[in-house]
Every structure is written in structure tokens, then in C-alpha cells.
Design a protein around this ligand. Structure first.
Ligand code: ZN
Length: 240
């Protein structure tokens, strides 16, 4: 049974590694609900999590999580003591007059797309749903007194498929490389060709000016010739 569980976790971890480049050491953010459930189930998370998802796991929490437990008091004292043994990651809410709720704080830690590749360990439904909505966010919870690494959500699988097919828009730094590849494959016109074409399209200003001068001269000569002819005609008429 234990081996089956570990194989299951290994398969999920390899999915996250392949599609979202999540690699050991895994950074797990713990909240009060997870700690409380571990206490109830008599699970030593410090021992069990490395056995379950690998020896490189790093457990941590935030000051908002600790303060929330402190504010609740006696009922969650045990959960608070468990969490206090782990490092407290800076969440940026410590100096606020009122700390954020653990739920909001951990959502903020994940950001828009979990760039730090955190795992979330929680029993809180809202936080669970939020983590599931962010592709590449592994989720740990406790079920029947056992830690479980959740299967990636449907949305997570869809995004992984899109990434594998390369249909996701390329990142900014990839665009330059793509352009170079296109050029080397002859799919993109080099810039010099475009410039030459523009030159051909435009009229040559010098040739225009020249032709205008020639035209003016020639019409002037023609006009003068005509007048001279007229004058001669009049002269002839006058003498006769
Ligand atoms: Zn916080």
C-alpha cells in the first residue's frame, strides 16, 4: 500500500517536472489547516513529507499564517507549535497593521502563475480551488490520516498539452530566435530587399527637374519661332 502511494506521487511529480520544470528541492508552503489535520492524524510532517515526495523537500510557512493561528488561540495552539519549527518566508505583509488571512497571504505568494514553483499544503477549500486554477501548482492535503499529493487538475493537463504542442504564445525572448530561424529558412525577406523596392517605387527628383527645363526651353523656342514667322508674314503683307 505504501509503495503504491509513493509510486503514485512519483508519477505526479514527474508530470510536474516534465511540463512545468518543477524540480527538487521542492518548496512546500504549509498553512494552519494542514498543520491542524496533521496533529489530529498524528502525522509527523517533518518526517513524512520527505519520505513521500522526496528527500529534497523544504517546508516553510509565512508570518500571516502564524499570526492567524495566534489570533485564534488555544484551540490551534498545537498546530502553531508545529509550524513554528519551519522557516518563515518573507511574504511582504509583516509590517501591515493587520496581517492578511493565511488564505489570502498564500494566494499572494503564488501570484499569477506560481513563478517560485511552490507546493501548497492545505485543507482549506478556497485555497485548494485557487491552487487548482493555477497550472503548475502541486497540492498536498491530508485524507484519512495520510498525506496525499493531489492529481493535477483538468485545467493543468490542458495547459500542459498546449505547452507540449507549442501552441502557447512564445515568450518575448523567444521571438528574436524565431525571427532568426525564419530568416535562415528563407521565410522572411531580409530588410535590404524592402529598402531597394521602396527606392524603385519613388520618382527620381533629378530626372523630373531636367525634363521640365528642357520642356520650357523647347516651348519657348517654339513660341519665338512662331512669332518670328508671324512678323515676317505681316512684313510681307505690308510691302505688297
Ligand atoms: Zn503574508
Amino acid at each position: 500500500m505504501k509503495l503504491k502511494r509513493q509510486k503514485h506521487a512519483k508519477r505526479i511529480l514527474s508530470f510536474y517536472k516534465t511540463h512545468f520544470n518543477i524540480q527538487a528541492p521542492f518548496q512546500v508552503l504549509l498553512d494552519g489547516t494542514f498543520s491542524q489535520a496533521a496533529l489530529r492524524g498524528k502525522i509527523n510532517i517533518n518526517e513524512q513529507l520527505p519520505k513521500y515526495i522526496g528527500p529534497g523537500v523544504k517546508l516553510a510557512t509565512t508570518s500571516c499564517v502564524l499570526q492567524e493561528l495566534e489570533s485564534i488561540g488555544k484551540a490551534v495552539y498545537g498546530a502553531l507549535v508545529i509550524l513554528k519549527q519551519f522557516p518563515v518566508l518573507p511574504c511582504g505583509h509583516k509590517d501591515r497593521k493587520q496581517p492578511l488571512s493565511a488564505n489570502k497571504c498564500l494566494q499572494k505568494m503564488l501570484g499569477k502563475d506560481n513563478p517560485h514553483k511552490y507546493f501548497i499544503a492545505t485543507q482549506d477549500r478556497t485555497l485548494t480551488e485557487h491552487a487548482a486554477s493555477l497550472p503548475g501548482t502541486p497540492l498536498l492535503f491530508i485524507y484519512m490520516n495520510t498525506v496525499v499529493l493531489d492529481k493535477p487538475s483538468k485545467h493543468c493537463h490542458q495547459v500542459a498539452d498546449e505547452l507540449a504542442r507549442g501552441s502557447v504564445a512564445p515568450a518575448e525572448e523567444q521571438k528574436g530566435t524565431i525571427l532568426q530561424l525564419k530568416r535562415s529558412a528563407g521565410l522572411e525577406e531580409p530588410q535590404s530587399k524592402l529598402i531597394r523596392r521602396k527606392k524603385i517605387k519613388g520618382p527620381n527628383p533629378l530626372s523630373c527637374k531636367k525634363s521640365k527645363k528642357v520642356d520650357q526651353k523647347s516651348t519657348h523656342v517654339r513660341k519665338e519661332g512662331r512669332n518670328r514667322h508671324k512678323r515676317n508674314k505681316n512684313k510681307n503683307m505690308g510691302t505688297s
